[in-house]
Write a protein that binds this ligand. Structure first.
Ligand code: DOR
Ligand code: ZN
Length: 353
């Protein structure tokens, strides 16, 4: 495909890492995802977290009901549910989750690593062995927030240190366990995923493909560019873009769109998370276009993820056209507002159907 391509039709993509929250605010964000994606892996870090199959099924029902009540073009959209791994998760719960047919993965949040992670795992290989054993046996993927929480480790090094301290021993002890390194942010992470033995893959966000850590400090502190894992140096962004646009097949789209009301971000201790569900495909197309790799977008967005999860690609398509899309300054979020990533900026692509 040449760089002067004017329209781009893709097999309908999926979002393999998404936060939609719950209650009234969910109604504001869900239609954005359903307009672009056929399916999404729904993160379980609610308060309280989604730790059981029953809770995941109830959350799934609330998502489907919320979508029914919204206007605009959408769907069909299928939420793929996850469980939040804790020190107390039981092997039986994993078997129940698998048998439900609605739970597609289990999420590891190291305790204290990020938003609503207090109930997370304190010692994966110490406390969760029996559960990991069953996950490996039944083919239930483990999705990892790959950062150590050790306060002595610099925040920009937490992903690289996680590889040595957790990923390598995990893969050694559970070589057949499917593992997705979520929201990868470093060159070390990309190299690890590309070369590791066994079923390992990674999601990459649009913001980590488009921005380096300078975006956090452009003329002042920019809270809407703050997420976890935090944006890294330019050499890491370049490595992620090479991985996403390359041919390995192990990298796929996961927005990590993580809505927080404007006041919770623009605060003395602002929340981590970038809101990208509104314009995820436009952001990814802009990133791929910047290196002349639009022809690699369909594999990343629509094929590699289903391949890893053992699902068929979606049957329908979406189309983007090369046209200016100015990102709105803010959007409704329940009774409040939310500021999307790149608010006020103009992107080079726009979804038309
Ligand atoms: O930036 C983030 N926001 N990173 C996470 O890991 C969690 C997410 C959230 O839920 O807000
Ligand atoms: Zn996330």
């Amino acid at each position: 495909m040449s760089t002067d391509v004017q329209t781009l039709t893709l097999i309908r993509p999926d979002d393999w890492h998404l936060h939609v929250r719950d209650g009234q605010v969910m109604q504001s964000v869900l239609p954005h995802t359903a307009r672009q994606f056929g399916r999404a892996i729904i993160m379980p870090n609610l308060q309280p977290p989604v730790v059981s199959t029953d809770q995941a099924l109830a959350y799934r029902d609330r998502i489907l009901a919320a979508l029914e009540g919204t206007e605009g073009p959408k769907g069909p959209f299928t939420p793929l549910m996850t469980l939040y791994l804790t020190d107390n998760t039981t092997p039986d719960e994993i078997r129940r989750a698998k048998a439900s047919g609605a739970v597609y993965a289990v999420k590891l949040y190291p305790a204290g690593a990020t938003t609503n992670s207090d109930a997370g795992v304190t010692d994966l290989l110490g406390k969760c062995r029996a559960v990991l054993e069953v996950m490996q046996e039944v083919g239930m993927p483990l999705l990892v927030h790959g950062e150590v929480t050790d306060p002595d480790v610099d925040i920009f090094d937490r992903e690289a240190v996680f590889i040595d301290r957790v990923m390598v021993p995990l893969r050694h002890d559970f070589p057949e366990l499917k593992v997705v390194f979520e929201h990868l942010t470093t060159r070390e992470g990309a190299q690890y995923v590309e070369t590791a033995d066994g079923p390992v893959a990674a999601t990459i966000t649009a913001h980590h493909l488009l921005y380096n850590r300078n975006a956090l400090f452009m003329g002042g502190v920019r809270p809407h560019y703050y997420c976890l894992p935090v944006l890294k140096r330019e050499k890491h962004r370049e490595a992620l873009l090479a991985a996403a646009t390359g041919t390995s097949g192990r990298f796929f789209l996961g927005t990590d769109s993580a809505p927080h009301a404007r006041h919770a971000k623009e605060a003395a201790c602002g929340c981590a998370g970038c809101y990208t569900a509104l314009h995820a495909l436009e952001l990814y197309a802009t990133a791929f276009d910047s290196v002349g790799k639009l022809d690699a977008l369909e594999a990343f967005a629509s094929l590699n993820g289903p391949g890893f999860y053992g699902l068929e690609p979606n049957a329908n398509t979406v189309t983007l056209e090369r046209a200016a899309m100015t990102v709105p300054a803010e959007l409704p979020y329940g009774d409040e507002t939310i500021v999307p990533l790149a608010a006020g900026e103009t992107l080079g692509w726009r979804q038309v159907q």
